[in-house]
Structure formats: C-alpha cells, structure tokens
Design a protein around this ligand. Structure first.
Ligand code: SF4
Ligand code: SF4
Length: 204
C-alpha cells in the first residue's frame, strides 16, 4: 500500500541515516519514538528539504526508525540463513513503460530483467543479488510475496520497498517465521523511485 504522500530523501545529508541508525539502537525507544522522530526531522530540516508537512515527515521518520529496529533485531538470525530471496520493487526500474524489456511471468509471479539499461537501479541490484547467491524477484506489489514464499523454501529474505510496504512485509515474515532484512526507498511515488545500492550491498 503506498503512502498518501510523496517523499524524496535523496538530498538529505548522509548523517541523517547514521543518526537514524543510532537512534534505532537506543533502548526503550518506543516510548520516545515520537520525540525522536521530531528531533531528527527538525535537526535535518526534513520539511524544508522535502516539502513534507509535519505529520507526514514524522510518520516517515517513525517508519524508517521502525524498519531499522527490525533490521537490528533480525540481523543475527538473518546472517545464519542459507537460502535467500531478494525482492526488488518494480517502481525502481528505469522505465515503467514498454521501454523496459522485462517480462512478467504471472506463474512466479515476478518480472525478469532483460538488462536493457546498465544505469537501471533494478538491473544493478539484480546483478548484485545474483552474484551473492540470491534468487532475485522484481515485484509489482507485496501481494506477490506469500505466493513466492509458498513455492520455495527460503529461510532468509531481503526486501527493497517504501517503508510502509516494508512494515507490512516485516509483519508477514514474522508471522511465517522467516528472517528478513529491509532496504527502504529514498524516493517513493510508485514510479522512478530510488534506493541506495550501497545500503543494499551492505545488507546482502
Ligand atoms: S534494465 Fe531491466 S528492469 Fe531496467 S528497464 Fe531494462 S529490462 Fe527493465
Ligand atoms: S513506492 Fe514502490 S514499493 Fe512503495 S507502494 Fe509504490 S510501487 Fe510499491
């Protein structure tokens, strides 16, 4: 489910993400989550840089902290996993129209990248995942995940998507007892979205 607002964090200072990780490591965070989110949003001038209003900026930061916290708590289990899947969002493809040569197979269900553009984020992430031994899926939505997981015996999953989808995905993985790691989008909007390849590489 997409956010009801668009965001673009690609111009935010890198130290925002370092501080986000630090804040996520602190104990008893839940009680202070709103306070911490406000502190981060103000310190890094989130509203000014992204144009988000206060409630949306706070929701975004809270969701990002939540994703980081899940990553931290799942990391130990995740590194022990052997058979892993990487789920990439179709919205980060370079093209969303017929210029994208990827074929969608409803039986899987997933796109298969035809590698038409070396500068396509999904292409780069696909190669990265395959080189690290992952089965890579390019998904039109999170609803494909249960079907894929039913068909294969994965014990570890890495997902790239907007933080709202990651929260839903994290709850599903918890429900089915799989270890997961998440890489949030830096820019949403359901087309021409972006994420950090460096962050994905570290996560894999
Ligand atoms: S590189 Fe792959 S995902 Fe990207 S536009 Fe081409 S076929 Fe589509
Ligand atoms: S931004 Fe991408 S991952 Fe998020 S809901 Fe839209 S299509 Fe899905």
């Amino acid at each position: 489910m997409p956010y009801g607002f668009s965001f673009d964090l690609s111009e935010i200072s890198k130290s925002f993400f370092r501080e986000l990780a630090r804040v996520s490591q602190e104990r008893k965070l839940h009680k202070k989550l709103g306070v911490r989110a406000r502190y981060l949003a103000e310190k890094f001038r989130l509203q000014e840089i992204t144009g988000l209003d206060v409630p949306n900026a706070l929701q975004l930061v809270e969701d990002l902290i939540d994703v980081h916290m899940r990553n931290l708590s799942e990391r130990e289990n995740f590194v022990k996993t052997k058979k892993r899947a990487l789920f990439l969002p179709h919205c980060a493809r370079k093209y969303m129209d017929s210029r994208c040569q990827a074929q969608f197979d409803a039986e899987i269900p997933s796109y298969t990248c035809a590698r038409c553009s070396p500068d396509c984020l999904v292409n780069q992430a696909n190669t990265l995942g395959e080189n690290k031994g992952y089965d890579v899926y390019i998904l039109p939505g999170g609803s494909c995940i249960p079907e894929i997981l039913r068909k294969s015996n994965y014990d570890g999953v890495v997902g790239v998507s907007c933080s709202q989808e990651l929260k839903l995905g994290g709850e599903y993985l918890k429900h089915v007892g799989l270890a997961g790691q998440a890489v949030p989008l830096l820019k949403n909007g359901c087309a021409k979205t972006t994420f950090s390849i460096g962050n994905l590489e570290k996560t894999l």
